[in-house]
Write a protein that binds this ligand. Structure first.
Ligand SMILES: Cc1cc2nc3c(=O)[nH]c(=O)nc-3n(C[C@H](O)[C@H](O)[C@H](O)COP(=O)(O)O)c2cc1C
Length: 442
C-alpha cells in the first residue's frame, strides 16, 4: 500500500485472519505477555487470572499470550518477583487447563510464554549464583529507564557465572518438559522467552556472549542453544503445534548488536521450525527503547524491516505499534503479521473491538505514565490508573448488578466515600450504572 491506510481499510486489514503453524487466528491483535495475572501464591491460575484473560478475549483480541510464567524449578528459585504461573511440575496441569478452557469458551486461542530462566536478571540465593552465557552483569543506568520509572543512581545486578554445558542441557530438558505440560493443559501454542537479558538472550549478542566453546563466536554458535532447544521441542510436539520465540532484536547500546546481527542468529534457529518471532525492542539496559511512550518506534528503527529481509517466511509479531493505521500499514507492507498490545490492553481491554468496529473515538488510550511498571518493580499487584477495573476483573465479574449486591453497601454512600480518588470513582461509576440498570428493571 503506497498511501496511508484509511480508517476503513485499517479495520479491514486488522480484522483479517492469519496463521501460525497449524493455527488460524481470527484477527491481528495479540495480548502481549505480561506479569499482571495475579496467580495464586503456589503458582496456579487464580479466578482473577481467568477473569483478566476472559475480559481481553471478550474485548476482541485474536490471540492471548500468558506472561509472568516460569518453566523450571531453578528459574522459580531465582525469580525477581512473585507469584509466577508455574509450568515446572505436572501438578500445575489441572489448574492451567481450567484457565485454558475458560478462555476457549470465548473462541480465542491461548499461548503460554515458556520462560526457562532469568539469567543475569535472576536473584542469587544461599549457595546459588545466577548463570548466563558469560559473566556480564545487567546495568540499568538511570538515564535509560522508561518514562515514569525511577531508580536513583540506577542498578547493577550481581555478576552471573558462565553457565556450563551440562547446565544448558538441564535447562533445555526442563524447558521441553514444560512445553509438554502446556500442551497437555490445552494451550494452543507456546513461545520461548528468549528476550531482554534473560538466559537464552544472553547467547545472541557478542556483547553478552564471550564464550570460546561451540556456543560462542560465530552467529551459528550463538544461535546453538536456542536452535537445539527448538529442535528438541519440535521432536516432541510435531510440525503443526505453534512454537514461537520472543527475542530482543536490538541492544540499543553503543557496544551492542544491531538488528542485522540478531536476525542473522535467527536464520540458524528458524531452520528448526519456528512458528513466529515476537520482536522485542532493546533490553533491561536500554529500557527507554523497550517501553517507549509513542507508537511506531520499532518501525522507525527498521528492526521489523530488517527481520523481514533476513527471514521472509516467518510470521513476525510487532511490539510498540498500537496506532491502528500504522499497525495496518506495517501488515500491508509485510513487516508484521500480528500486533502485540501490552499496556494499551491494560488501559482498555475493548481496544480491539473498538478499532475493528470503527469506534476509535471511544478508546481509552494508555498515557504511558507507566504506573503499571512502577507497581511491577515494587512487586505489588499491577493496576492501571486509567482503568480502575484492571486487576479487579474477578471482583467485578458477572453483571454489574451482582457487584452492587456483593459490596452490600448503598451505592450512594460508596460514591461519597470514593470522591477524590480516580480509581474508586471509576468503581463508583460502575456501581451507579448497575443501580440504574436495577432500578430500570423495577
Ligand atoms: C506490567 C508489565 C508486565 C510485563 N510482563 C511481561 C512478561 O511477563 N513477559 C514478557 O515477555 N513481557 C512482559 N512485559 C512487556 C510487554 O509484553 C511489552 O513488551 C511491553 O510492555 C511493550 O509493549 P507496549 O508498548 O504494548 O506496552 C510486561 C510489561 C508490563 C507493562
Amino acid at each position: 500500500m503506497s498511501t496511508e491506510t484509511s480508517t476503513v481499510s485499517a479495520s479491514k486489514v486488522l480484522s483479517s485472519s492469519w496463521k501460525i503453524d497449524g493455527l488460524t487466528i481470527k484477527n491481528r491483535f495479540v495480548l502481549s505477555p505480561m506479569a499482571v495475572l495475579q496467580p495464586t501464591k503456589d503458582g496456579s491460575p487464580s479466578e482473577q487470572t481467568i477473569a483478566f484473560l476472559t475480559t481481553r478475549a471478550k474485548g476482541g483480541a485474536g490471540l492471548l499470550i500468558v506472561g509472568g510464567t516460569v518453566a523450571t524449578e531453578s528459574g522459580y528459585a531465582e525469580a525477581p518477583f512473585q507469584p509466577l504461573m508455574r509450568f515446572d511440575n505436572d501438578r500445575f496441569i489441572p489448574g492451567l487447563k481450567k484457565m485454558v478452557d475458560a478462555v476457549h469458551a470465548y473462541g480465542v486461542p491461548l499461548f503460554a510464554q515458556i520462560f526457562p530462566a532469568f539469567g543475569a536478571m535472576g536473584v542469587p540465593g544461599e549457595g546459588r549464583t545466577t548463570r548466563a552465557a558469560s559473566p556480564k552483569p545487567v546495568r540499568m543506568a538511570a538515564p535509560r529507564l522508561p518514562h515514569g520509572m525511577y531508580i536513583p543512581g540506577g542498578r547493577t545486578n550481581p555478576t552471573p557465572e558462565e553457565i556450563t554445558r551440562e547446565e544448558l542441557r538441564e535447562v533445555q530438558n526442563e524447558t521441553v518438559a514444560a512445553v509438554l505440560r502446556a500442551k497437555a493443559a490445552g494451550f494452543d501454542g507456546i513461545e520461548i522467552g528468549a528476550h531482554m537479558r534473560y538466559l537464552y538472550s544472553s547467547f545472541f549478542s557478542p556483547r553478552t556472549n564471550w564464550r570460546s566453546d561451540e556456543y560462542g563466536g560465530s552467529a551459528e554458535n550463538r544461535a546453538r542453544f536456542l536452535a537445539d532447544t527448538i529442535r528438541a521441542i519440535r521432536a516432541e510436539v510435531g510440525p503443526d503445534y505453534p512454537v514461537g520465540v520472543r527475542m530482543s532484536v536490538n541492544d540499543h547500546l553503543p557496544d551492542g548488536q544491531g538488528p542485522e546481527g540478531f536476525a542473522e542468529v535467527m536464520t540458524y534457529v528458524v531452520k528448526e521450525g519456528v512458528g513466529y518471532i515476537a520482536l522485542t525492542d532493546a533490553n533491561y539496559e536500554s529500557m527507554d527503547d523497550n517501553l517507549p511512550s509513542s507508537s511506531g518506534q520499532m518501525l522507525a528503527h527498521s528492526e521489523p524491516q530488517i527481520f523481514r529481509k533476513y527471514l521472509p517466511n516467518v510470521p513476525l509479531l510487532l511490539s510498540n505499534t498500537y496506532e491502528p493505521q500504522q499497525a495496518a500499514q506495517a501488515i500491508e507492507d509485510g513487516y508484521a503479521d500480528g500486533i502485540m498490545l501490552a499496556r494499551q490492553l491494560l488501559a482498555d481491554p475493548e481496544f480491539p473491538n473498538k478499532v475493528l468496529q470503527g469506534q476509535q473515538e471511544k478508546i481509552n488510550w494508555c498515557d504511558h505514565d507507566n504506573s503499571c511498571l512502577r507497581r511491577l518493580i515494587l512487586n505489588v499487584p499491577v493496576r492501571c490508573h486509567l482503568n480502575p477495573a484492571m486487576g479487579r476483573e474477578a471482583a467485578l465479574a458477572g453483571a454489574e448488578e451482582s457487584l452492587a449486591t456483593k459490596l452490600k453497601r448503598p451505592v450512594d454512600a460508596f460514591v461519597i466515600a470514593a470522591a477524590g480518588s480516580p480509581s474508586l470513582m471509576g468503581l463508583a461509576d460502575k456501581l451507579a450504572n448497575a443501580k440504574m440498570a436495577k432500578d430500570a428493571k423495577k
